[in-house]
Design a protein around this ligand. Sequence first.
Ligand SMILES: [Zn+2]
Length: 282
Amino acid sequence: MRNRIVQIIFIILIGLVSVKHSFAIEPAIVLSPKKVGPGDIMTVTVKNASGPVEGSFNGKHLYFNPAKNGYKAVVGIDLKTDPGTYPLNLTMDGRTLARNVVIARKKYPVQKLTLPEDMVVLSPENEARADREQRKMAAIWPLDSPRIWQGSFMDPLPGKTPGTPFGVRRIINNIPKNPHTGVDITAEEGEPVKAPNDGVAILVEEQFYSGNSVVLDHGQGIYTMFFHLSMVNVKYGQAVRKGDVIAFVGSTGRSTGAHLHWGVRVQEAKVDPLALIKLRLE
Ligand SMILES: [Zn+2]
């Protein structure tokens, strides 16, 4: 008899708990695209979150912005990331949600080039200059910057086809070099290059390897960079709007023909620019 009463109370309790749960809308995490690899960009959307969302991916801070049905963050996966499982941790409404994200193996093509030795071996002066510029470039990325970008990113050279893709592993004169961390877009000399989104020019300079170069800061750790330009249309520190002509295609620096080298960083991760313009952002 006593057992029977305990059983009934237990059933009522279970019933109460499930009624309560069916009324509360649970937050849902949606990752897009579903499968990602090194060099990709993904969005993390938290649907049905009633308050702001905070979070990190593999220990790195994520910037969540209000979006349709909840909050969305843009996450870069660096080209050099080892395939594996990485933790996504989110907090909202005083609760935490954890998820493991699989970074799948991704094969990038190998490009073998034979170049005259004098194009590969630098003079001591040029070597020193290239080193200096590399150090400067490594130090320009602000750790934390407010959001400037609005909506989806646009193609800086609409309608043009990419040549050498992002991530290609280069072997020059039988020596493996750094992988290609941008996309090369073939275009006519003088073709206008447009700002992919609102931003601020944080570097406008003529450099040994990249020639006339522009780097835009779009805020929240998103940067776009443009190399080998013939002419530059912006000044250091200048604010630009999406679609503004910031420069013109050229072949300055170490370049064998007119093209735009376009690079993207998302929270320090070197990622494929073509993945950035595929994102649907509010
Ligand atoms: Zn390039």
